[in-house]
Design a protein around this ligand. Structure first.
Ligand SMILES: Nc1ncnc2c1ncn2[C@@H]1O[C@H](COP(=O)(O)OP(=O)(O)OP(=O)(O)O)[C@@H](O)[C@H]1O
Length: 247
């Protein structure tokens, strides 16, 4: 569904007048299959979030191509309604002056829904993420971290996307809430028949939800492995990384 071919990305390094560039992604190629949950794991600074932004079409690669069902992800029409995102920072993902209802109306209106239809859809979406209709009138500061992230997830599924990219989406939640949100993601995946790209440094969370994980090292793919074969990773680095994260 998503074809990533020889993608490279670099950023300017140093001050405003510096010409030096840091290569953040190097020759990245892989396929994301329809309906799968692919984890992207790696050390801090390995380029996971940069790759995530490129997959969303927020930024352009310097070289290489990213195709969504054969069309460039840079083409708004290719990605609109097909791919959405949930980020770690749920508090700044929702406008602080918007109620939950207003925040959820936005994407539904963009899909061309009339207000009456959108309002009943909001009740359904809130219900699907385990929040009752009383949450419609709440502001972000009145929500717990887990509740705010549920609202972000409800917004992300509202367009019935084929894929949601989750960038450290459960990392700031504490233990039990994290598991509840992972369970929610599992059940929504079945309801909507969609795939996830799950960026995380938490291998346990990845193992809980993903079918395959891609291990990224210093901007390059080290290895892609099915979760069931995680214990049998081939590369020395992947073995060390997994051991380090698990202990
Ligand atoms: N917009 C940017 N401008 C300049 N440098 C950037 C930019 N975005 C990322 N970088 C650099 O690219 C490298 C990779 O960053 P990235 O956030 O993609 O890594 P990451 O694996 O997601 O890390 P973390 O797990 O800590 O979030 C880092 O050295 C970072 O400083």
């Amino acid at each position: 569904m998503l074809s990533i071919d020889r993608v490279e990305k670099s950023y300017k390094k140093g001050g405003m007048f510096s010409r030096e560039r840091q290569k953040v992604l190097k020759n990245v190629s892989f396929e994301f299959r329809q309906g799968e949950c692919l984890g992207i794991i790696g050390e801090s600074g390995s380029g996971k979030s940069t790759l995530g932004r490129l997959l969303l079409g927020i930024e352009k690669p310097d070289r290489g191509t990213i195709l969504f069902e054969g069309k460039s992800i840079e083409d708004r029409k290719a990605r609109f309604g097909n791919i959405s995102a949930v980020f770690q920072d749920y508090t700044s993902s929702i406008n602080p002056y918007y109620t939950v209802e207003q925040a959820m109306l936005e994407p539904l209106k963009l899909q061309g829904m009339v207000k009456r239809e959108a309002l009943s859809k909001i009740d359904l979406l809130l219900n699907q993420v385990g929040l009752n209709p009383s949450y419609r009138i709440k502001y972000p500061h009145e929500l717990s971290g887990g509740e705010a992230q549920r609202v972000c997830i409800a917004r992300a599924v509202s367009s019935k996307p084929k894929c949601i990219l989750l960038d450290e989406a459960v990392s700031s939640l504490d233990g039990t809430v994290q598991i509840q949100v992972l369970e929610l993601l599992k059940s929504l995946r079945k309801i909507y028949n969609m795939g996830y790209i799950f960026i995380t440094h938490d291998i346990k969370a990845a193992a809980y939800i993903c079918d395959r994980v891609m291990i990224v090292r210093d901007g390059q793919i080290e290895e892609i492995v099915a979760i069931a074969q995680l214990k049998d990773v081939q590369s020395e680095y992947a073995r060390k990384l997994l051991k380090m994260i698990i202990t």
